[in-house]
Unconditional design. Structure first.
Length: 632
């Protein structure tokens, strides 16, 4: 029997070699793609075909992938173990296939139609994005009233409700949606057979909601000379200005395919020609998001180049690759070139008299929408580097700018959100938008707060005893722990992710591993360990807001749990931790369900992500940290 420490080292060496051999020439890592399910593929088909954009090979390949993902019961799912299928995904795919030329009488379409009926029909769709996607192509009835009128864009930020009360993710989707909801286009194709429409009771809104909109438009804007047509004209201009000012160099809106496709449909509704430069650049940006998946083309909602590069560079360093290694230097140069230098919307609430850019975004072309997770990941990767990088910037200056930006984004409650500061209005949660709490707000979360604390403690040298920033964040984390000892993770699946982030963050800033709440979290982790030694959690947790176990383990979730236990364990590792190591080592080279299950979270019940990179990054980091702490 080979000793555990030798097996771990062999596994680490294997992962190091695989990662070093896959680095791109510019220093980044572009490992495979992020799978977002079927929504972006379906939306791309609907846009291209309804707009008459002649790309038959692309549409055909997208159609083939959609068909390949259909389940035997006729439905489509947003995660493998989703019970009964997903109505939004199934409706999107059903109509996308028709727009791509598949007959509604084809047997697989008949099964899809039956699945939609069994799930309640179109009237039961609860995803606002799906409703808009289908309404824009004439397959869902536009409501007479829409809960967010264009006039919202005219309200000052001193108003109780205004556009910037919504999260940045919501805003870049809402601006084109508000235009679509106002113009109500129906870009139909004659061969597409509609499904029975939802009952014409304006089901998007109830009676109370309609009265709210009436009051909003008739009283809040009861200003002499300000007529409804004037409101519409000024609101339209505001929406266009908002979108155009946030176009990235690649032509996309905020680097999101979903927002970009909504923007193109909105511009079409306003009379823009498909040949307009803004639309042609947007289509080019969308095409750049296309990638291969098992022989089929698929469209990513965005890329994870900055995220992957930062995580991999840091994991390699923890695994023993020196800062002088060409791969680390090259990655550092790439990351330095992607640090933001422009002020974005985040400046409106930054806790600084003179907000200064210094964060990082998620994707390769992101220049104005930084986030906390990518910023701490990049700062970890740059920590050991010195000297002058691209454009004359030193690594030390970049790190200081990044740290100051990060601290200026701490929420008033002590935690950190994903993108902006204090974007968690209670009023927004009551606006009648499907999924408003999850998509329209950007609250402090245990995963973002824990990851930030991990950086501040392990890499910036701050502790809860010496830093008011850190103390407030640690107290916020203790206050958000679940009764069973876990923490909820917003951007990963889900309680395993949040608990890992919280435990590694708290211990990094000097909190005692014997703290009663930390011990409760440790006990919870041991209780949910699978019999194979690994850990697995279903995406269902995200919807029901409680831990839902998988009957099998995944590489990334096992790595998170092992890393959390490593952080809080003194002395020798436990037998359960050794079993987790064994699971990782035996599955490292496999490409089955342990590597393929989606463990990234986007919108509960609608969007989950599978990163090709995660089955390499997180096991390497967990095994390296385990070896570094417990090696004889």
């Amino acid at each position: 029997m080979i000793p555990m420490n030798q097996r771990i080292q062999a596994g680490i060496d294997n992962l190091i070699n695989r990662l070093l051999s896959s680095q791109s020439a510019d220093g980044s890592w572009r490992l495979g793609f992020i799978e977002y399910g079927m929504s972006t593929d379906a939306a791309a088909v609907l846009l291209l075909t309804s707009a008459g954009i002649n790309k038959p090979k692309l549409v055909s390949s997208l159609r083939d992938r959609i068909l390949a993902k259909q389940s035997d019961d006729g439905a489509w799912r947003v995660y493998p173990d989703e019970n009964g299928g997903n109505l939004s995904a199934t409706a999107e795919c059903y109509f996308a296939l028709q727009f791509a030329g598949l007959s509604a009488s084809e047997p697989r379409m008949v099964k899809a139609r039956e699945a939609i009926r069994n799930m309640g029909g179109l009237s039961s769709i609860d995803s606002l994005l799906t409703k808009f996607m289908l309404a824009a192509v004439g397959q869902y009835e536009w409501p007479r009233w829409f809960p967010v009128p264009l006039s919202l864009l005219l309200l000052p930020q001193s108003a109780p409700v205004h556009f910037y009360k919504f999260s940045c993710y919501a805003r870049v989707h809402m601006a084109p949606m508000m235009l679509l909801g106002d113009r109500k286009p129906a870009f139909k194709l004659p061969h597409v057979e509609p499904l029975p429409s939802q009952p014409s009771t304006e089901s998007w809104l109830n009676h109370f909601d309609r009265r709210f909109i009436e009051m909003y438009n008739n009283r809040l804007f009861d200003i002499p000379g300000l007529t409804a047509p004037t409101l519409r004209e000024q609101g339209t201009k505001k929406a266009l200005d908002f979108m155009f000012e946030r176009l990235e160099p690649d032509g996309t809106l905020y680097c999101y395919a979903s927002a970009t496709m909504l923007m193109v449909q909105a511009l079409r509704a306003l009379g823009f020609a498909i040949t307009d430069p803004i639309i042609t650049r947007a289509i080019g940006g969308l095409e750049a998001l296309l990638t291969q998946d098992n022989g089929h083309v698929t469209m990513q909602n965005t890329t994870s180049t900055v995220w992957d590069t930062a995580l991999i560079s840091h994991a390699l360093r923890e695994a023993g690759v020196t800062a002088a290694h060409p791969a680390i230097r090259s990655a550092g140069s790439y990351l330095l070139s992607r640090q933001h230098t422009k002020l974005g919307d985040w400046k409106l609430r930054a806790d600084a008299e003179h907000p200064t850019p210094g964060g990082w975004g998620f994707s390769d072309h992101n220049t104005i929408n930084p986030d906390m997770d990518d910023t701490t990941a990049a700062l970890r990767a740059l920590e050991a580097l010195s000297g002058i990088g691209p454009a004359g910037m030193t690594y030390q200056d970049a790190a200081e700018r990044g740290l100051q930006w990060l601290l200026s984004m701490q929420n008033s409650d002590g935690g950190w959100a994903a993108f902006e500061r204090n974007t968690n209005s209670r009023i927004i949660r009551f606006i009648p938008l499907d999924g408003a709490e999850d998509a329209a707000t950007d609250p402090s979360t245990p995963d973002l707060t824990g990851r930030t604390l991990d950086y501040l403690g392990r890499h910036a040298g701050l502790t809860a005893k010496r830093s008011r920033f850190v103390r407030r964040a640690a107290d916020w984390l203790y206050g958000t722990q679940e009764r069973n000892g876990s923490w909820y993770g917003r951007w990963g699946v889900c309680y395993l992710y949040g608990t890992w982030a919280a435990l590694t963050g708290l211990t990094a800033v000097g909190e005692s591993p014997e703290h009663p709440q930390i011990r409760r979290a440790v006990d919870w982790l041991y209780r949910v360990q699978n019999s194979d030694g690994g850990f697995g959690e279903s995406c269902r947790s995200d919807s029901v807001k409680r831990f839902s176990p998988l009957p099998y383990s995944t590489l990334s979730q096992t790595a998170w749990a092992l890393d959390a236990l490593t952080a809080v364990t003194a002395g020798r590792p436990t037998e359960a931790m050794e079993r987790a190591c064994s699971f990782l080592l035996q599955e490292l080279n496999a490409n089955g369900r342990a590597a393929q299950y989606p463990t990234g979270a986007g919108l509960p019940g609608y969007l989950y992500t599978r990163y090709d990179s995660y089955s390499l990054i997180w096991p390497l980091l967990a095994l390296a940290n385990y070896r570094n702490k417990f090696a004889p």
